[in-house]
Design a protein around this ligand. Structure first.
Ligand SMILES: C[S@@+](CC[C@H](N)C(=O)[O-])C[C@H]1O[C@@H](n2cnc3c(N)ncnc32)[C@H](O)[C@@H]1O
Length: 227
């Protein structure tokens, strides 16, 4: 990644001034009627591969959802040597990107307690829930914001898989450069009695490439920690 690409990220532009007026209705509807959509075969196969490792590990599992190129997955694996860290992203291009520069920057190439999985989380979350993985911490770092009001249901808290997603992880940590996304998630989480704290990200080292990009562009990154 060049310095120019790092420092020219645009701030979020939205036509939504505040929490979406339909947020609670949409989240309540999904909580009352969890999705029964059939699973896609590629995600079923990917889950099976990850599940074998998880069942054999019999210890703490960290889930890094929307992991992109997996920089955060590797960093979390390095910081938590006893945990098994599973990074999931639907983009084969990102998952398979062996970005030597990023890996060198984070100097984490020697860790091996992680797995990067190409899968669609709309299915994967339901499979994790069904298999009752012992997830201690569930990260969702810089999810696609979908800032247009009409795209509420593409945000994770407006999605049909919200009931499963919100039940995975003793702790859930989301990060975004769009504070309103996290405020919405925080409000939706109260429907299942999960309380959250919303703060500025203060990490010295960026956890992900998107975080590095936003910080280099002078944007504030936000963190929502749910227990
Ligand atoms: C803005 S990027 C952030 C990537 C990384 N976490 C970072 O901060 O650098 C959002 C990522 O979410 C992934 N994603 C979006 N929807 C997904 C889904 N349904 N299942 C799995 N991954 C998804 C995208 O492929 C993309 O890599």
């Amino acid at each position: 990644m060049t310095d120019k690409a790092l420092g020219d990220s645009k701030a979020i532009i939205t036509n939504q001034p505040d929490i979406h007026e339909k947020l609670l209705d949409v989240a309540k509807k999904h909580l009352a009627h969890p999705s029964k959509k059939p699973f896609q075969s590629h995600t079923l196969e990917a889950f099976e591969q990850a599940n074998q490792l998880v069942q054999a590990h019999q210890g703490e599992v960290i889930l890094d959802s929307c992991c992109g190129v997996g920089q955060s997955t590797r960093l979390l694996a390095k910081r938590n040597p006893n945990a098994l860290v599973i990074g999931v992203d639907k983009s084969a291009h990102r998952i398979n990107k062996n970005d030597g520069q990023l890996i060198a920057q984070t100097a984490t190439q020697q860790v091996n307690n992680y797995l990067l999985v190409r899968a669609d989380l709309n299915d994967f979350y339901r499979l994790v829930k069904r298999a009752n993985w012992p997830v201690s911490k569930h990260y969702i770092l810089y999810p696609n914001p979908w800032p247009k009001a009409k795209h509420l249901q593409r945000r994770w808290h407006g999605s049909a898989v919200f009931p499963e997603l919100i039940s995975i992880g003793e702790e859930i940590e989301l990060r975004s450069n769009w504070r309103l996304y996290l405020q919405e998630f925080q409000l939706a989480a109260t429907l299942v009695d999960r309380q959250g704290e919303l703060n500025e990200v203060v990490d010295q080292q960026p956890l992900t490439p998107f975080e590095a990009k936003y910080q280099a562009s002078g944007q504030t990154c936000w963190q929502l920690l749910l227990r």
